[in-house]
Design a binder for this molecule. Structure first.
Ligand code: GAR
Length: 206
């Protein structure tokens, strides 16, 4: 067991960060959140962080729109290191992270994706699942590698797709599972009881 020192990157509401904060505050996860960074100045995730006394700031990632690179990437790494972060949590961070960040935190960058990977990487995955006619959808928490939504899988959870689902109702059902999946995955990392063997994350029971 080793307490995790988390740095969270987000772009939106921050409900996943909230689920991690709740798990920590309830004593279910041995971690603290050292820093929250958002690439959107008025992202709700920043308000949520402030409410819980967690240091947070806007990270200007211009001129890039879809990736974290260049001076913003350097600044991000410095801020995370200065804050004592050992594990980086992408929680609705809508940018591709590049090898420099991954090399600064080897096997310690996690992402949550609203689909059962490898199906439907990219954006609006719940709409992709609905349009494809899937009968199940879900969520994946995985280590981040150099690809897009392609790293070794830690936790997956499924939900049914209902006949009358809209993208919004399906995403809401997936989010309920997201809020269980991220604390669970981080609990596995904190326990130290896992190994990464190629693509497979082996979880050691007991
Ligand atoms: C979540 O559904 C997350 O899985 C998704 O963005 C949402 C963020 O919600 N992430 C991606 O699509 C990444 N490709 P939140 O801001 O409330 O945590």
């Amino acid at each position: 067991m080793s307490k995790l020192h988390l740095g969270v990157l987000g772009s939106g509401s921050g409900s996943n960060m909230q689920s991690i904060v709740d798990a920590v505050e309830a004593g279910h996860l041995d971690a603290d959140i050292r820093l929250v960074l958002a690439d959107v100045p008025d992202a709700k995730i920043l308000d949520r962080a402030k409410k819980h006394g967690i240091p947070s700031m806007y990270l200007d990632c211009a001129p890039w729109k879809t990736k974290l690179e260049g001076p913003a990437e350097d600044k991000c790494i410095s801020l995370l290191k200065e804050a004592g972060v050992d594990t980086v949590v992408l929680a609705g961070f809508m940018r591709i992270v590049k090898p420099k960040l991954l090399e600064a935190f080897p096997n310690r960058v996690l992402n949550i994706h609203p689909a059962i990977l490898p199906a439907f990487p990219g954006v609006h995955s719940w709409t992709q699942a609905l349009d494809y006619g899937c009968k199940v959808a879900g969520v994946t928490v995985h280590f981040v590698d150099a690809g897009t939504d392609s790293g070794p899988i830690i936790v997956q959870k499924t939900v049914p797709v209902e006949e009358d689902d809209t993208p919004e109702t399906l995403h809401a059902r997936i989010q309920v599972q997201e809020h269980l999946a991220y604390p669970e995955a981080l609990g596995i990392i904190a326990s130290g009881k896992y190994s990464i063997e190629g693509r497979r994350v082996r979880i050691i029971k007991g």
